[in-house]
Design a protein around this ligand. Structure first.
Ligand code: FEO
Length: 574
């Protein structure tokens, strides 16, 4: 019999904790990352948090992922008689929080579901039978008794249009679901160890919240109108208790810097709680990597056509996810508005996820082309469940579009350095290397020259990776990769190959001789030497990440071989 490892034993567990007076957190701990999701970059699992608030009446804030069905209800029944729960507050309807709503309604048919208008509409489609509901708007209150007066804050787009926050005036806890969360699974209920969680906190912000930076700032403004917030009870990861000011401050700083970006791309999609929003998010992620801001708009909720018109006019690029055929008039009107406000020299990209049941892409693409827009990437068509490689393709397509949008600025920056300084910088030289990495089914590679040994104990080196590189997503803390060293006099073929501009999603290793490494990343058979490495930390250096890595294995193929060296003429581009 195979012994269970610690990880498999722990795969799904529950934690309950009294976090304030009359308030219990029920945290569904999902120790493994069991799917490729762009925001699960650091592979530390996740948690789905729900909360019981007991006044004279009882409220449950959110449920859990359906994979926790048995565990969740066993735990809930130990805490409270489900029949005595009066309200089910739905902060957001994505299935990781609302996966057990149907079960809750079966168990407690008299419960009143509380949510935004968009959330209740979605639940109607999900549940298919009548249920008691209370639609709340910003500032609405619900008195549970014993001082637990709940106030609702509308926080649309964090990260779907349905989101509300709930503030309990007695405990001064703000329940925020996805916002301020992180995918991090540990036994710590709270944010005791900021160092341990801050990389995941930032990565989660970049993936989920940065494309909605304006909405983050609006939500922060509304939060400022509440009394002092003592704790932020998030839907994922540890609850924020020790670092509320610090971490909300980081959200503010990051969002302000997003909204000051010199260019914005609008990403328009039709949410179906399936692939569409995931792909839109992948594309948005690829765009923000370049420093270009993104505004994501769910066309289901885009009812203010004047606002939509203004957004489209100020965007340097547009990405449109096709709606399903015969979609309702609101979406058609929104789509018509985008087309009517698009203008020459904007970049455009289209995607469809309906497996052939979406509106056809080419007639719309031709209209954009006729208006003089630049088609930045081939239409992305999803005919079946998207693979990890499809998500990666979306990210790379987003990056390509954003790089086109900022091309003039990049050329200007290149020319702006004084000739003397430019030449002096160019005297910094380095070796020539190819970085190869694999994560899940996705693999990538890049030519690198800014590589330098950085420590003996542990054996480590640093390298600089431009933030808009495709491989950057595969080099998060904890990721493994290969540093392949090119040989002097024998590097031209490999260098030429990896310097090529690859189309989004293209296989970087086609016609390249490789061997497998322990981590799965390809080793280049024609390299002089290779090292197997793990990312230990990353430092933000303007348009690059400085990645510090430790080395745990390596080999030289020709002991007498010398490393290829790259001598440059100028220092303001590669
Ligand atoms: Fe954690 Fe958007 O659901």
């Amino acid at each position: 019999m195979v012994a269970l490892t610690e990880k498999t034993k722990k795969r799904l567990t529950m934690q309950t904790a009294e976090i304030a007076v009359n308030t219990t957190a029920m945290r569904s701990l999902d120790w493994d990352r069991d799917r490729f999701d762009i925001e699960f970059g650091l592979q530390n699992g996740t948690t789905y948090n729900s909360f019981i608030i007991r006044g004279e009446k009882t409220a449950l804030v959110d449920t859990s992922h359906e994979k926790f069905r048995q565990l969740f209800f066993d735990t809930l029944k130990k805490e409270v008689n489900p029949a005595e729960i009066d309200y089910l507050i739905i902060s957001h309807t994505e299935p990781d929080h609302s996966g057990l709503v149907k079960d809750m309604l079966k168990l407690c048919p008299d419960i009143t579901v509380v949510g935004s208008k968009v959330a209740i509409q979605f639940l109607e489609d999900l549940v298919h039978h009548p249920f008691k509901r209370k639609i709340v708007k910003n500032g609405d209150r619900l008195d549970l008794g014993n001082g637990h007066e709940l106030e609702f804050v509308i926080a649309p787009n964090l990260h779907w249009p349905d989101t509300i926050f709930t503030f309990d005036h007695k405990t001064q806890i703000l329940y925020t679901c996805d916002a301020f969360g992180l995918h991090y699974c540990s036994d710590n209920t709270f944010d005791d160890d900021l160092k341990a969680i801050e990389a995941d906190f930032e990565y989660y912000y970049e993936c989920l919240m940065a494309p909605n930076a304006r909405s983050v700032l609006s939500a922060l403004k509304r939060m400022g109108e509440l009394e002092k917030i003592d704790m932020i009870a998030t839907g994922h990861g540890p609850l924020l208790s020790h670092n509320v000011e610090e971490l909300t401050g980081r959200y503010r700083k990051w969002s302000q810097s997003q909204t000051k970006a010199e260019a914005t791309v609008g990403v328009f999609f039709v949410s179906d709680y399936g692939y569409s929003e995931r792909l839109a998010q992948g594309i948005a992620n690829g765009i923000t990597k370049t420093g270009v801001a993104v505004e994501m708009v769910d066309l289901n909720a885009a009812t203010d056509l004047q606002e939509l018109r203004e957004l489209v006019s100020r965007c340097a690029g547009l990405v449109v996810g096709m709606p399903p055929v015969n979609e309702d008039a609101t979406i058609q009107a929104a789509l018509g508005t985008i087309l009517g406000s698009a203008k020459e020299k904007q970049a455009i990209g289209l995607f469809e996820t309906g497996g052939g049941n979406d509106e056809p892409t080419y007639p719309l693409l031709n209209k954009f082309r006729a208006l003089g827009l630049h088609i930045s990437f081939p239409v992305i068509e999803i005919r079946e469940t998207p693979t990890e490689n499809k998500y990666k393709l979306c990210e790379e397509a987003g990056t390509d579009l954003a790089q086109w949008v900022t091309r003039d600025k990049s050329i200007k920056a290149m020319k702006s350095l004084s000739a003397d300084l430019d030449k002096a910088l160019g005297r910094i030289s380095g070796g020539l290397y190819i970085i190869t990495a694999k994560k899940g089914d996705v693999q990538s590679a890049m030519l690198a020259s800014w590589v330098s040994q950085a420590s003996f104990k542990p054996l480590g080196f640093s390298l600089a990776v431009a933030k808009d590189r495709a491989i950057e997503s595969l080099m998060q803390v904890g990721d493994k990769f290969i540093l392949n060293v090119l040989e002097e006099g024998n590097y031209q073929i490999l260098m030429k190959h990896f310097l090529k501009r690859f189309a989004p999603g293209a296989d970087r290793f086609e016609n390249v001789r490789t061997q497998n490494s322990v981590s799965g990343a390809p080793i280049l058979a024609d390299a002089l030497a290779y090292m197997e490495c793990e990312v230990a930390s990353r430092l933000d250096a303007g348009d690059h990440w400085i990645v510090y890595c430790t080395v745990y294995a390596g080999r030289v193929s020709k002991p007498e071989g010398m490393t290829a060296v790259h001598h440059r003429k100028v220092g303001n581009h590669y």
